[in-house]
Design a protein around this ligand. Sequence first.
Ligand code: NAD
Length: 365
Amino acid sequence: VRIFTGYRIQHNLSRGPAKGGIRYHPDIDIDEVRALAMWMTWKCALIGIPYGGAKGGVAVDPRLLSRNELERVTRRYASEIMPIIGPEKDIPAPDVGTDAQTMAWMMDEYGKLHGHTPACVTGKPISLEGSYGREAATGRGLVYLYREAAPKLNLGPTDTRVVVQGFGNVGSWAARIMQDLGCTVVGVADVNGAVHSEEGIDAEALHRHIGEGGALEEFEGVDEVSTEEFFGIECEVFIPAALGGMIHRGNADELRCRMLIEGANSPTTPSADDVLEDNGIMVIPDVMANAGGVIVSYFEWVQNLQHFRWEEREVNDRLGTIMRRAFRSVYKRAEDDDVSLRLAAYELGIERVAEAARARGYISA
Ligand code: NAD
């Protein structure tokens, strides 16, 4: 018998039911879950979807459990948080260490008490009313923002070289879609190493190579580089899509890009932010940049409430509309107030939460 500790934090419900992922990681603690829940509040408000922020987690290393054990942990966790979740209360989704299968077990557990209720979680498999386009959504969202931001720097896809740190869900989709657009991927890193090619790395072929169990540095036509060299690769766009805190005071000055689009959550430390600003690098902040996942989660919930499935093209088009609107409002605010895009994004998100709280009478006018 082993006892695991789990959490579910609802940070703010002023704008609607809570929304946020569930993370399985051995080091997770309540403060981290609290911080992640708060980010979800600002993110949902900024992009204008009708949710508050939440996050959950279980302190467990999923790689050390069998599938059967993982199912039991998930079902128990789902039944413990059952009183506070539901389609109109709090809608969990996958995060680091969890996936569509985890959500399928959670939905099934919820259904034992409430009957079939697909809208109680998002990020489900397609066979259980998951949404088309969900898997690629975060990477695709980054690319929509690149398309809005690039003209501000007089950049076009054919003169954009891209470096991607992290080649998992977010990084590999972003790289593949940037490539489809006409950009050239010149650097990729993952947990095992980093590679560079001035002529370009075929992101689609690399994705297949890694999917077949190949190592990044064994991919044909690339040069293996050190972490230090990786950060110094000349490019127009750098996409951190690995873990938090990877761009810090110690390496921020090495970056040779014009635009940084934050796929990961908090990849840039505050002191690195100052360095990037001094170096004139446009930083598109995580709170807006990686919102594609929660936007398509929202679409999944809407589809589930109607038991009606949208075509993938409709999902992608609507995702683009929301991302473009977010970018334009953040860019305008940053210009009007002469602040960074990050500060402008927080200003807008927090103001919208305050506006809703005031309208409900939670805080005085
Ligand atoms: P993932 O596990 O699919 O991929 C992570 C990638 O990062 C892997 O390629 C891994 O090898 C690489 N990596 C790990 N440590 C590294 C290191 N030290 N140096 C270089 N690469 C390293 O995860 P993901 O779903 O792609 O998420 C990536 C980031 O994006 C996370 O911070 C996550 O919180 C954030 N995010 C993801 C989504 C989503 O929809 N998946 C949405 C919003 C934010």
